[in-house]
Design a protein around this ligand. Structure first.
Ligand code: DAT
Ligand code: MG
Length: 140
């Protein structure tokens, strides 16, 4: 097992609701280390790169608009198997389906919006993590 890094975002809904601390608390309580942290409002260009795999899907425009609607907290976390581990902490994409005990299950719900507002993003693979960290923390 090699030490991994993953990109975590507290999305505009989580940031606006004051849940950044709660998300970072869960990351640290799990035992992962914080390696970089920033508050920023992402540009459309950053989001087009970040969500390239979703271009053309029905929720894509709503997703980019939502993600650029306000500040997010971006974090690089580190630890053995943390890519998979943070996805487990985050829970299922649809917050209605996300299990209690997970970030999305405990703190998220369906608000009737065109795109699911589910508080956090976590990289889905080592390759995605490296690519995404390059977008959000080009200095790393
Ligand atoms: P995840 O964030 O769990 O990796 P994803 O990469 O498939 O999920 O999608 C990116 C985001 O887009 C997701 O966090 C919420 C939104 N989304 C995904 N599928 C959706 C759908 N069918 N309807 C509305 N929003 C959706
Ligand atoms: Mg994803």
């Amino acid at each position: 097992m090699t030490i991994e890094r993953s990109l975590v975002l507290v999305k505009p809904d989580g940031f606006q609701r004051g849940l950044t601390g709660e998300v970072l608390r869960r990351v640290e309580a799990k035992g992962y280390a914080l390696r970089a942290l920033a508050i920023l409002t992402p540009t459309r260009g950053m989001l087009e790169q970040h969500y390239a795999e979703h271009q053309g899907k029905p929720f894509y425009e709503a997703l980019v608009e939502f993600m650029s609607s306000g500040p997010v907290t971006a974090a690089v976390i580190e630890g053995e198997d943390c890519v998979k581990g943070f996805r487990a902490l985050a829970g299922a994409t649809n917050p209605t389906d996300a299990a209690p005990g997970t970030i999305r299950g405990d703190l998220g719900r369906d608000w009737g919006t065109a795109v699911q507002q589910n508080i956090v993003h976590g990289s889905d693979s080592l390759e995605s993590a490296a690519r995404e960290i390059g977008i959000w923390f080009p200095q790393l």
